[in-house]
Design a protein around this ligand. Structure first.
Ligand SMILES: [Zn+2]
Length: 283
């Protein structure tokens, strides 16, 4: 059975791009007689706001979607810690205290998420007292798993290239944010029985890393469906900080959410918004 999910973070309101992503995941499950899950990704420490999760539910209902809600990330922290401990035992994590500025200054390559961490702390004895991030030794992990591949149902089979992102952080420095997106989302999708990971093309490169984590942690391997992104007229991804109205704004203004969902399904986009084709595709 096909199981998809929409997994928003309650650190800002949902926008049209989120609506599109939720509709894609919802419709793919419905077309195949499967299940559509919603998971609240609320481990972003200080930025997570519980009241926003309630607004998200109202937004999705307003769009005419039906879903099953699974446990929020904040209730799953013990699992993240256990997985990190396992990877540490395997000798695949190392502590790092580098700041963003230090990484930017030392990096010689750019990856999908900005400067690639140059591995400064990989072979250095870094003390683990206080706040420290834990990074995955990607080269060593790839050496142990051998060649991996994964399938995007739109773009076909992909050879996993987690090395393009460098040694990603799996446990964040901030004590109130226990796991990075990579570790938490990979574990959650497995725990929730997600078979079709549906998300925007901006996360295509993350799937290389997630495929590696699945292999290291003995998790089932789903199929992925990376969808196009809604873009602003200047080609930039729609972002909350640029002041476009949120779904909650539209809902409270009396707009018809179901009609909006139908328009998005039919590719009738609001003025000034376009749909990307293969943006941020695999390098
Ligand atoms: Zn470091």
């Amino acid at each position: 059975m096909t199981v998809t999910r929409f997994a928003p973070s309650p650190n800002g309101p949902l926008h049209l791009g989120h609506a599109y992503s939720a509709i894609v995941a919802h419709d793919l499950a419905r077309e195949r007689g499967g299940r559509f899950l919603v998971r609240i990704e609320d481990i972003d420490g200080a930025r997570s706001r519980a009241e926003l999760a309630d607004a998200f539910r109202a937004d999705l209902e307003w769009l005419g979607l039906e879903w099953e809600e699974v446990a929020p990330q904040s209730s799953r922290v013990a699992r993240y810690e256990a997985a990190a401990a396992r990877l540490r035992e395997l000798g695949l994590l190392y502590p790092c205290r580098c700041t963003r500025a230090e990484i930017a200054a030392a990096a010689s390559a750019r990856g999908p998420d900005g400067p690639v961490y140059p591995g400064t702390c990989r072979s250095t004895a870094v003390g683990t007292a206080g706040s420290v991030a834990w990074r995955l030794d990607v080269a060593e992990a790839m050496r142990r798993t051998g060649r991996l591949s994964w399938v995007d149902e739109v773009r076909g089979e992909q050879v996993a290239r987690p090395d393009l992102a460098g040694d990603v952080v799996l446990v964040r420095k901030e004590a109130d944010t226990p796991a990075s997106y990579h570790l938490a989302a990979t574990l959650d999708d497995a725990a929730d029985g997600v078979t079709l990971v549906t998300r925007g093309m901006d996360l295509f490169a993350a799937s290389h890393v997630h495929r590696l984590l699945q292999s290291l942690l003995g998790l089932p391997v789903p199929v992925w469906h990376h969808h196009a992104l809604l873009l602003e007229a200047d080609g930039r991804k729609l972002a909350k900080r640029r002041g476009s109205p949120s779904l909650a704004d539209r809902r409270r203004a009396g707009e018809d959410g179901r009609a909006l969902a139908e328009a998005l399904r039919a590719g009738r986009l609001p003025a000034g918004i376009t749909l990307s084709e293969g943006l941020h595709a695999e390098p």
